[in-house]
Design a protein around this ligand. Structure first.
Ligand SMILES: Nc1ncnc2c1ncn2[C@@H]1O[C@H](COP(=O)(O)OP(=O)(O)OP(=O)(O)O)[C@@H](O)[C@H]1O
Ligand SMILES: [Mg+2]
Length: 361
């Protein structure tokens, strides 16, 4: 892997050259309205909330999100991280590969009436979803960085003593309940209440839509987490503390899903969706097939019941997974390094293990 490209960051509390000071960020303390045209991000599931806290996340009218810079050294550190990863002349393959796991970064942003108040302008990774189910999971064995004071370390450990052992913490989530047409929300206290033997149930809630467990979403999310893990297993130049994964999926049910007995042949949707008889007869045949071949790996008998092109599309259906997002966010504590990020890797592996257990149940 190439050499370290992020400049070493100063220890917590030290002055930072990128910004003049925290004054600008403090100006909005207590105010509810955002800068011109911007509103607090309505679907934020964790972190500082604009109007409640001094800083927070806003939604820009153009559909991007604005993350107000935290006071130094955290805000400037996150800005430095995004600017480095998304530098126009960046040619470090490791950082270029990392981009796909992050929200797109556009630039810094400030409103004309407070030009010194800086925001990071980021892609809203929930934007393409109609009823986005969102979960923020902090990853790693330590929530404090190597420069944290003893007091900060103790405070972070007290918040969730199991971080070291579990390697991740559910910070918040909102889940769409299909039957009720409403969202259930869970805040940080819910996640902190999860123990070693209940963390699986906690995660499970995110994938349960009130009617059934979205196993398809779990499978798709696992693939994304594995891809992030592969990046971490290769790179030794950055270590992440108190950083999160943001999971998103569509809460609205799509056309007939992955239940046995229903078919959602994507290309034939128009026919199958509007013709119950056809769907029913295919469903009956599928059930018949299952009862005759309960554990067969060979689908030839089933294929015999379909035309060659149907059979081909059946194959397609089996492999089709829903579109989901799993993106890394929150980089206020990212530091250059020369070693693998063992804490983050531990957390990702354990998270994958728990997701796999949910699938195996
Ligand atoms: N790019 C994004 N797209 C959509 N939602 C986002 C995005 N970034 C953040 N959010 C929402 O905002 C929440 C908080 O984000 P983030 O963790 O970056 O801020 P924070 O925890 O307040 O920051 P910090 O830890 O630096 O103080 C996330 O849980 C998520 O709901
Ligand atoms: Mg956060």
């Amino acid at each position: 892997m190439d050499s370290v490209t992020l400049e070493p960051v100063r220890a917590a509390g030290s002055p930072c050259a990128l910004l003049n000071g925290p004054g600008s960020a403090q100006q909005h303390a207590g105010t509810r309205a955002g800068p011109l045209g911007c509103v607090p991000l309505s679907h934020q599931v964790a972190g500082h909330k604009y109007g409640v806290d001094k800083v927070g996340i806003l939604q820009h009218p153009d559909g991007t999100v604005l993350k107000q810079l935290q006071p130094p050294p955290r805000g400037p550190r996150e800005l430095q991280f995004y600017s480095t990863v998304y530098a126009k002349d960046c040619c470090d393959p490791c950082l270029l590969e990392l981009q796909q796991h992050l929200p797109k970064y556009y630039s810094t942003w400030s409103s004309p009436d407070s030009p010194t108040e800086l925001y990071l302008k980021l892609e809203d990774v929930t934007r393409r979803f109609q009823k986005p189910c969102i979960m923020d999971v902090k990853i790693g064995q330590r929530s404090y960085d190597p420069f944290a004071s003893q007091e900060k370390r103790e405070q972070q450990i007290r918040k969730y003593p199991l971080m070291e052992e579990i390697g991740f913490l559910l910070l918040g989530m909102r889940v769409y309940n299909v039957g009720l047409d409403s969202f259930d929300t869970y805040d940080q206290h819910y996640g902190r209440g999860l123990m070693k033997d209940t963390v699986k149930d906690g995660l499970c809630k995110f994938f349960y839509n009130g009617d059934r467990l979205r196993r398809d979403v779990i499978t798709a999310s696992v693939a994304k987490v594995q891809s992030i893990l592969r990046w971490f297993e290769k790179q030794r130049q950055l270590n992440f503390y108190a950083s999160s994964l943001l999971f998103v999926y569509e809460g609205l049910p799509s056309a007939p899903e992955d239940k046995p007995g229903t078919l959602s042949l994507q290309k034939n949707k128009g026919v199958l969706e509007y013709n119950n008889n056809i769907e029913q007869s295919l469903s009956t045949m599928y059930t018949l097939h299952k009862s005759h071949h309960p554990s067969t790996q060979d689908n030839s008998a089933w294929h015999d019941l379909l035309t060659p092109s149907d059979a081909c599309e059946q194959e397609t259906r089996v492999q089709e997974l829903p579109e989901v997002e799993v993106r890394m966010i929150d980089f206020a504590h990212v530091f250059p390094s020369e070693v693998h990020d063992h804490g983050y890797i531990y957390g990702l592996r354990n998270l994958l293990k728990v997701l796999q257990q949910i699938l195996d149940d």
